[in-house]
Design a protein around this ligand. Sequence first.
Ligand code: NDP
Length: 298
Amino acid sequence: MLRQEEVARLLDVDLLLERLERAFVELSAGRTSVPPRIAAFVPKRGLLAAMPGYVDGVLAAKLVALFPDHDPSHQALVAVFDAETGTPQAVMDGTHITAVRTGASSAVATRALAREDARVLAVLGAGVQGRSHLDAVRRVRDFREVRVASRTFEHAQALAQEADAVAVESFEKAARGADVVCCCTHASEPVLRREWLAPGTHVCSVGASQEGPELDRATVAAGLLCVESRVAFQPPPAGAFELQGLRPDDAVELGEVLAGTRPGRTSDDQLTVYKSMGHAVEDAAAAALVLELSSAGS
Ligand code: NDP
């Protein structure tokens, strides 16, 4: 049994980036087993989703409660099983894993898709995911300026102070002139507009409101669209609001870009968009790393 403090102490983000890259490649190569996410809904309160997965020799399942009015809104447990025998090996906190693996997956996408010379990072949303993105995405490019905006300016100020960034008053002000924009809000109407984005910007969006899209259609349709898995094109809640009506084959999977089987960015002025829905392979990769580091006595 690994409690949250222990998971937080053990989970090494730089190592996680490597493990996530491998997991995405396995996913896109069709070597994983991940059934569609299912959930039980509590009227007006939230949901409890089950996310089992087998990837790269790891068999794990996450149970995640999403209660938007609770802080934190995502609370989870991850169980890991021995993939040779089926014997349970560990149960661990999944709340920290969910927070960290999501920002780390965006960092993997940013490393693969953002321009090498990206210098200005904008994070929209100052909650758990805003914090996670500020930590992870900064590891993959040499950012000179980091901006944070949130619906509530005081939240942006508090996070900016904690994370050595600059708080700005509006999403527009944060996004204009940024090279990488990470949307980390629970908004159900777009927080980003295509016209705010400079040519060559890379956008990550992890927002997963059950009521509407975080990104506007013009941004999603403007350049290269990248997803964890084409399941994201299914109707919500399995898929993303942003992707409805678009052709799955027009998008690339992150694992395809990493493996080199589909092209990533093809020019410096191309807009690239990574729309994340979260995937069980990310939790399995993170939980396996925690277990490995725990067993090694880290
Ligand atoms: P938090 O509750 O910690 O933070 C929510 C953030 O969204 C805050 O910055 C809040 O602003 C902002 N916000 C809420 N409602 C609105 C709105 N209507 N318009 C604009 N901003 C809004 O949540 P998390 O950081 O944990 O999660 C953020 C989003 O990411 C959620 O939609 C969540 O479901 C999703 N998520 C996706 C994952 C994935 O794998 N793709 C994994 C985990 C989460 P403020 O507080 O300043 O008012």
